[in-house]
Design a protein around this ligand. Structure first.
Ligand SMILES: C[S@@+](CC[C@H](N)C(=O)[O-])C[C@H]1O[C@@H](n2cnc3c(N)ncnc32)[C@H](O)[C@@H]1O
Length: 308
């Protein structure tokens, strides 16, 4: 690709790239001018393909390792039994980059496209990232099997359009940056599907531990934590150390979600392995899915075998 020129806009919290021009000044990204999707909180970075990328830590590779292997084991084992749909409700731009090293790797939608699903549904609500994802998916040989929905997934789920029939096994990836994006009510809409395996990252540190004082100070019952847990007993945990508070919140979420939706709990993976920022886990109703999960957990992203 030729030399690219980035056109940046200054915002309150930094700057975002709003256009990429080629060396003769033709705009290659975005294809048409539109209001930038920059939300005032996150800066948009570019990948070597000239499109926005998700700035990630090295640990994202750990999450992607288990996602890739779960998609692999499920598609190979179940493709003759059900129609397989991959649903990514917070899909991102399709590519990640580690800021410190510049290393780039595929984001979750492009990882899923490497596996044999009948259909791929990617939801993303940041317009710049939607456009980047569209460009990347369009280049993939399975592009015609993918649908990109530029919406807030919570609103979209409420329309009833994420409902699949009994002959479909949905592998849903729920990968938020905080807990406000995963209210229990929306998770339960996904859970209404008769056959669904939910791979979920739970933002333990950023979403809960770091915000304990704010949650405790808040009046009323409309905090992100209230919506995440869908019950008020967390207010009785005042006085608990923040880490313990976070652990109790994750447990409470998982117990309630499992109990109310009939899921089997599975082991949580810490990401990163030391000083975790979040947990990664599977909710499924089927013991076979639980077996798959436990099987893939035996080998980590460094190729090391679990010593159990
Ligand atoms: C952690 S990133 C996803 C990374 C991606 N799953 C991957 O592994 O490559 C979360 C993404 O969700 C998007 N997002 C946040 N809230 C959303 C919502 N309510 N509906 C749809 N997308 C949302 C953000 O813009 C961001 O791109």
């Amino acid at each position: 690709m030729g030399r690219q020129i980035e056109v940046r806009c200054k915002y309150r919290f930094g700057s975002a790239i709003v256009k990429t021009l080629d060396k003769v000044g033709q705009q290659i990204y975005p294809e048409t001018n539109h209001k930038t999707g920059f939300n005032g909180m996150q800066e948009i970075h570019l990948a070597t393909d000239g499109l926005p990328v998700r700035k990630s830590g090295k640990w994202a590779e750990r999450k992607h390792h288990y996602l890739k292997n779960y998609c692999g084991i499920t598609t190979v084992s179940m493709r003759n039994k059900f129609k397989l749909v991959y649903l990514d409700v917070m899909a991102g731009p399709g590519r990640c980059k580690i800021e410190e090293t510049g290393e780039e790797f595929a984001g979750s939608p492009l990882i899923a496209l490497e596996h044999d699903f009948s259909q791929y549904i990617f939801i993303e609500d940041e317009p710049e990232l939607v456009q980047a994802l569209k460009h990347r998916v369009a280049k993939h040989p399975k592009a015609e099997k993918a649908k990109i929905i530029p919406e807030n997934w919570i609103n979209y789920a409420q329309t009833g359009k994420l409902k699949f029939d009994d002959s479909t096994l949905v592998v849903a990836f729920v990968d938020p940056t905080g807990i406000s994006q995963v209210p229990m009510s929306a998770m339960k809409i996904l859970a209404r599907n008769p056959r669904v395996d939910l791979l979920v990252t739970i933002q333990y540190r950023l979403g809960i531990v770091w915000n304990v004082p704010q949650y405790l100070k808040a009046k009323g019952n409309e905090t992100a934590l209230d919506n995440f847990l869908d019950e008020p007993t967390w207010r009785e945990w005042e006085g608990k150390e923040a880490g313990e508070f976070g652990r109790m919140a994750v447990e409470s979420f998982c117990e309630k979600f499992q109990r109310d939706s009939g899921f089997i709990g599975t082991r949580h993976v810490s990401i990163p392995e030391k000083n975790p920022l979040y947990r990664f886990t599977l909710f499924s109703r089927h013991p076979l899915a639980q077996n798959f999960w436990h099987k893939i957990l035996k080998i980590d992203e460094k190729g090391q075998r679990e010593l159990l």
